[in-house]
Design a protein around this ligand. Structure first.
Ligand code: NAD
Length: 292
């Protein structure tokens, strides 16, 4: 049982954790801190949080568990602010979509308290933002990745794993480097591709006509281009080394398609499309839909 949970960044991800723990009867009081007053008022009215804190320092005072769930670019300053105000027994975790940058920020900000920080990333989400989009069921059946630090005590990692399991999630562990490489390929690159396509078309004089006739293929490919721009700016920049490498690989594949098209090379297109279609079917057949 968590007596007092501090959520820093009460949006889709932080709000959903609060609701899920409340539904599971695993939390006493949830204190929220965020940047937008209207969003916090809504979170309070919806029962996502029980109290609005005036500052991150006030939010973490006396908290047993602290979740950072703001855009990853805002986490460094937050670690610095909360460090002196954490209770001795407090455990801190995060939901950031990138791990190496968040861990570096935590080391710099938390200093000697770094052992009490267990990094995490729920592989659940949506293109919606804010506390109003939060759902107590968001994590049911989803993976949460933990990238524990060498300094973490096994009991502390187990306590954070337990928190997510109480929300219906299952836990996977990996290194922060492996995490950032994998998610550059399967999450960050697709978001970039979707943003780029929509921005490219939206900038054309005939954009309205094009969008009016766009169908389900366009809708499915571009759904994630409706995601929070600030959040994805932060993710892309934080993981830019891995993301640039993935972008190069994708550009080279697109360039091969371009050459095959220009040459009327049906065989090359057919082989690649067939491999992709089979791989996609296998993935979809095996997968519990990791929605980020
Ligand atoms: P969101 O926009 O719904 O919520 C983020 C909240 O953080 C907002 O309410 C915003 O006002 C607040 N915020 C911004 N700057 C802040 C600051 N300096 N201090 C305190 N609060 C601040 O976004 P979200 O989807 O809940 O994402 C939150 C985190 O979870 C991000 O780090 C993101 O990378 C990660 N994440 C997102 C998804 C997803 O699909 N949306 C999935 C997994 C992880």
């Amino acid at each position: 049982m968590i007596e007092r949970l501090a959520i820093l960044g009460v949006g889709l991800i932080g709000g959903s954790l609060a609701l899920a723990l409340k539904q599971a009867g695993r939390v006493g009081r949830v204190v929220g801190y965020g940047r937008g007053r209207a969003n916090l008022d809504e979170a309070l009215a919806l029962g996502v949080i029980d109290e609005i804190a005036a500052s991150p320092e006030a939010a973490v005072a006396g908290a047993d568990r602290v979740l950072l769930a703001m855009p990853v670019g805002a986490m460094a300053a937050t670690f610095v602010r909360i460090a002196p105000h954490l209770a001795d027994h407090a455990l801190v975790t995060d939901a950031g979509s990138t791990k190496q940058d968040v861990i570096a920020a935590a080391r710099a900000g938390l200093g000697a308290r770094i052992a009490r920080f267990v990094p995490g990333h729920p592989i659940a989400g949506a293109e919606k933002s804010g506390a109003a989009a939060a759902s107590g069921d968001l994590y049911v059946g989803r993976n949460v990745i933990l990238t524990p630090l060498p300094e973490n005590a096994p009991d502390d990692v187990a306590a954070i794993a337990d928190l997510w399991r109480a929300c219906g999630a299952q836990i996977a562990e990996m290194s922060p480097v492996e995490h950032d490489l994998i998610f550059a390929a399967v999450s960050h690159l697709p978001h970039l591709a979707a943003f780029a396509l929509v921005d490219e078309l939206a900038g054309r004089p005939e954009a309205e006509l094009f969008f009016r006739h766009a169908g389900s293929g366009f809708r499915d490919f571009t759904r994630i281009a409706g995601s929070s721009p600030a959040m994805w700016r932060d993710i892309a920049l934080a993981n830019r080394q891995a993301l640039v490498a993935e972008l190069d690989a994708y550009l080279s594949r697109l360039s091969a398609y371009r050459d095959a098209l220009a040459a009327g090379d049906a065989d090359t297109l057919m082989q690649s499309f067939s491999r992709a279609s089979q791989a996609r079917s296998r993935w979809h057949g095996n997968n519990t839909e990791n929605d980020e």
